[in-house]
Design a protein around this ligand. Structure first.
Ligand SMILES: [Fe+2]
Length: 495
């Protein structure tokens, strides 16, 4: 074995080199090369393939240890055997650390050489095998990693596609919100998912639609949402990932925006510390919310921005009216009365258009009023009445998210003001009250009086009209009441 090996011997004593060469070449078929210092040895190693190197420690130019270092750097599979005249433990440890594979103590007996060569060559094969195995293992590791990344990418693309496909099939705003919460639940397999709106002045978020793993666990009550988180999301306009809160819930809450105004929040929840949401899920839900927002805005661009946003908001109004069966269709009827009065008073088309929007949305702020107050069958306490009185301001701040409705926003805000200044929220009086709010107020009261309410039966039309005419100049502007009365007498206004 080990025939034809090329052995390099390095020593500054020529005589030692000659002994090595003669012994190894004559007794074995080794090819022996010699060098008298480290530099010369290095040149040889760099210019041809060397199988094993024996070196002295102290030599001029480049000593043994420096040579070992450089050989290792060049090719760490070449075994180097150090020959030293002063063996000591310290030196042995240092040199071993530097990659020396063996030691021979001077004076060297020639018959030590063949077994040493056999031994280091065996170790070298082992070493190379290990390196190869290690490389192989690393390659496998890399392959596994790439496969895993690929798998994740595929899942990512599939999820994105699912989102895009489902959103593509959405036909109306209401569909959109339902699709939004369904997708959010399916993608994250969370316990509950909600789309809600929250505006300034609102103390609790209003849930527009929700989905739950177990449908019996959700209510439409805002208690299931962390209102502080929702408020933060609305105020900051950025998504939140709460890994775990005090109640052991993990929450992702993401704003939906139109023209950078937040109009709603998608909130997903994992209950009872079962697990925590990941950054990846946040990424998916953010993508979903962005696409959904974009869809609303995009539809609006291609269709009619007013109509689209209007139908989005009107879906909210229908949600409120659905909560209270007594107010079903209230907004539609109020709008039709108000438009009749406005036309009779010679309002422009622009004013009629504004009335269409503000009439239909005038009570949108009720979305921020808790059910136990809004639907209370008995009379309200002063405190509860104060909360109800917030709905015009809440409504105007919801509408205020959409910059193009500043006029409508104002009309909604003041639809409960009174001509004599005793109304709310700002106690405006007379002509301080926007004209269209004054019209809306007459229409609103007429419909309220002629509809069944939880606390009383509807009134006959003529009784309701009489109550309104009696209040001309106090609650209502006389000119408007006159026009309303004329329309009633003409049979054009009927409950
Ligand atoms: Fe109202």
């Amino acid at each position: 074995m080990n025939e034809d090996l090329k052995i390099l011997v390095v020593d500054d004593e020529e005589i030692i080199l000659n002994i090595f060469k003669e012994y190894l070449e004559s007794t074995h078929n080794y090819k022996v090369l010699t060098a008298t210092d480290g530099l010369e040895a290095l040149e040889i190693i760099k210019s041809q393939k060397i199988d094993c190197c024996f070196t002295d420690l102290s030599m001029p130019n480049l000593d043994g240890l420096e040579l070992v270092e450089k050989v290792r750097h060049h090719d760490n599979t070449i075994p180097v055997v150090v020959m030293t005249g002063y063996p000591s433990m310290d030196k042995a440890i240092t040199t071993l650390k530097n990659g020396v594979v063996d030691f021979l103590t001077k004076p060297i007996k020639m018959d030590q050489l063949p077994p040493t060569i056999d031994k280091v060559m065996r170790e070298r094969s082992q070493f190379i095998e290990n390196v190869l195995l290690k490389e192989e293992a690393e390659k496998n590791q890399k392959l596994l990693k790439i496969n895993k990344e690929l798998q994740e990418k595929i899942e990512e693309v599939e999820t994105m596609n699912l989102i895009l496909q489902q959103l593509d099939q959405v036909a109306s705003s209401r569909d959109l919100f339902a699709t939004l919460v369904t997708l959010s639940r399916n993608i994250t397999t969370c316990d509950e998912s909600y789309f809600c709106i929250m505006s300034q002045d609102m103390t609790d978020p209003a849930i527009i639609t929700s989905r739950a793993r177990d449908p019996s666990t959700t209510t439409e009550s805002a208690e299931c949402l962390d209102k502080y988180v929702i408020k933060e999301v609305v105020d900051s306009g950025i998504p939140f990932l709460i890994k775990q809160n005090d109640a052991q819930d993990s929450i992702i809450a993401i704003p939906l925006k139109i023209r950078s105004n937040v109009f709603g929040v998608l909130a997903s929840i994992i209950r009872d510390g079962k697990r925590q949401f990941t950054e990846k899920e946040l990424y998916f839900l953010n993508f979903l919310a962005e696409k959904a927002s974009f869809l609303i805005e995009n539809l609006a661009l291609y269709e009619n921005i007013y109509e689209n946003l209007f139908s989005t908001l009107y879906a909210f109004v229908e949600t409120i009216e659905a909560r209270d069966p007594y107010t079903k269709q209230h907004s539609t009827r109020v709008t039709s009365y108000a438009v009749l009065i406005a036309k009779a008073l010679g309002c422009s088309q622009e004013e009629i258009d504004a009335l269409q929007v503000s009439g239909n949305l005038h009570d949108i702020g009720k979305i921020g009023i808790p059910d136990n107050i809004l639907l209370k069958p008995s009379s309200l306490t002063d405190g509860e009445y104060e909360i109800i009185k917030k709905h015009p301001s809440i409504g105007s701040s919801i509408i205020g998210h959409f910059n193009m409705w500043s006029n409508e926003k104002n009309i909604i805000k003041h639809h409960h003001e009174r001509w004599d200044g005793k109304g709310y929220p700002d106690r405006l009086s007379g002509e301080e009250i926007p004209f269209l709010s004054r019209i809306l107020s007459v229409a609103d009261v007429f419909d309220a009086l002629t509809s069944d309410r939880s606390y009383r039966k509807r009134l006959q039309d003529d009784i309701a009209v009489r109550m309104i005419t009696e209040n001309a100049g106090e609650q209502f502007e006389k000119k408007i009441v006159d026009a309303f009365f004329t329309l009633f007498k003409q049979g054009k206004i009927l409950s």
